[in-house]
Design a protein around this ligand. Structure first.
Ligand SMILES: Nc1ncnc2c1ncn2[C@@H]1O[C@H](COP(=O)(O)OP(=O)(O)OP(=O)(O)O)[C@@H](O)[C@H]1O
Ligand SMILES: [Mg+2]
Length: 374
């Protein structure tokens, strides 16, 4: 799918702007604080209904204004769609697809696929397990309709179970209640493990290939699902029984620590380069490359599952790459429509690119010369 046009009114530092995109590469070049990331954010909001920055919605509206409006014209399997997002400081967010208001963001996701590569995403490599769980959960939830509800059910049950354990001395029916709630925990938790394992395997396959390409065959990336309650990750009944035993064996520890110690809430993804944990041992450039390989794998997975190529939004990703890796990245993203932000064109080889360059200056978009492939 591709985005043809974007209109922004009072979004962040944009007052009024209309931008027509090229179906291949679009480079937004400009100095710091001009509005490059804000523009990528606007596309992301049209695709997902919310920003990739974890902020209050009214922070997206231009200072001093009461509402903002975004409109994206997209082309999906040759069918034209328009997505409109209206934010207001006094009313709730309104989203329309082809002028019909939608109430569920799921409808939006099925129309408009994007994958964002931003410095924020480096957290997937660098930070705590919860970020990696969110990474894989978002991918699963975007592709499997029931997953979000399953995850919510699990977290609700885990919360109730912790509460029960904490207040057990006041509860005459503690044992019966704990048995019932543990059964639910094991039921939901085991299903989550199967999902996470299956998706991590698919992601690993793509990410490995991408990383070999981006590192000129020098590095072997691996991403592996890790959990603390089951050795088996394929057979639901076996997982359930292992999970149950784990909880039984550690009953006293849980009571002593007043919490549920085993389950998907402790899961992690182990990401390694040449068998070394990227979090601890990889260089800046290697970490950046690993992130790009993973995100590109996410795009490929979306394409495999939905048969539609998502749009790639690359925010300032070239800055830590050497010339060779930057060149290989340009090669790797060729089949996608991409919107790329950068402070300088110096580290991007634009000679083989098919697309447009736009200068971004104080919330204005100034199209530069259009480059066609020679
Ligand atoms: N709600 C808002 N209203 C007006 N301006 C805003 C709003 N939110 C953010 N800005 C401004 O938008 C400016 C541009 O931000 P943006 O993150 O898009 O810059 P950028 O071009 O990506 O810069 P960099 O190269 O440093 O990443 C910032 O200076 C910020 O103060
Ligand atoms: Mg920026």
């Amino acid at each position: 799918m591709i985005i043809k046009e974007l209109k922004l009114i009072n979004h962040r530092n944009y007052e009024y702007e209309n931008i027509a995109f090229h179906e291949n590469t679009n480079i937004l070049v400009g100095k710091n604080a001009q509005g490059k990331t804000n523009l990528l954010e606007a596309i992301y909001i049209c695709a997902r209904g919310y920003s990739f920055k974890n902020l209050k919605e009214d922070q997206l509206i231009k200072f001093g204004c009461k509402d903002s409006y975004l409109k994206a014209e997209i082309l999906n399997a040759n069918r034209k769609r328009s997505v409109e997002v209206k934010l207001s400081d006094s009313q709730k967010k309104r989203i329309r697809i082809n002028e019909i208001e939608i109430s569920n963001l799921k409808e939006l996701k099925s129309q408009f696929g994007v994958v964002i590569f931003s410095p924020e995403e480096m957290k997937i490599i660098k930070e705590t397990p919860s970020i990696r769980r969110k990474f894989i959960d978002d991918i699963i939830a975007n592709n499997d309709i029931g997953y979000k509800a399953l995850l919510n059910d699990y977290y609700k049950v885990r919360f109730q179970r912790n509460d029960l354990i904490k207040n057990r001395l006041k509860n005459n029916y503690f044992e019966q209640m704990k048995n019932a709630i543990t059964k639910q925990l094991v039921d939901y938790g085991s299903k989550i493990a199967i999902y996470r394992y299956k998706y991590t395997l698919m992601l690993n396959e793509f990410a490995k290939v991408n990383h070999r390409i981006l590192s000129s065959d020098k590095e072997e990336l691996s991403i592996e699902y890790q959990n603390n309650f089951s050795e088996d990750l394929v057979n639901l009944e076996v997982i359930e029984s292992q999970y149950r035993s784990k909880l039984e064996e550690n009953e006293q520890r849980e009571l002593d620590q007043f919490q549920t110690l085993y389950g998907p809430h402790k899961d992690d993804l182990l990401i390694t380069i040449n068998d070394l944990d990227t979090r601890a041992y990889a260089s800046q450039g290697q970490q950046r490359t690993a992130m790009l390989s993973l995100k590109l794998a996410e795009a490929m997975l979306i394409e495999k599952l939905t048969k539609v190529k998502p749009i790639l939004l690359l925010d300032d990703v070239f800055s830590e790459l050497d010339n060779q890796r930057a060149r290989l990245l340009v090669e790797a993203i060729k089949g996608y429509q991409t919107i790329i932000t950068t402070n300088t064109l110096l580290n991007i080889d634009t000679s083989k690119m098919l697309g447009n360059i736009y200068k971004i200056e104080s919330g204005r978009v100034i199209p530069q010369n259009t480059r066609e492939r020679k």
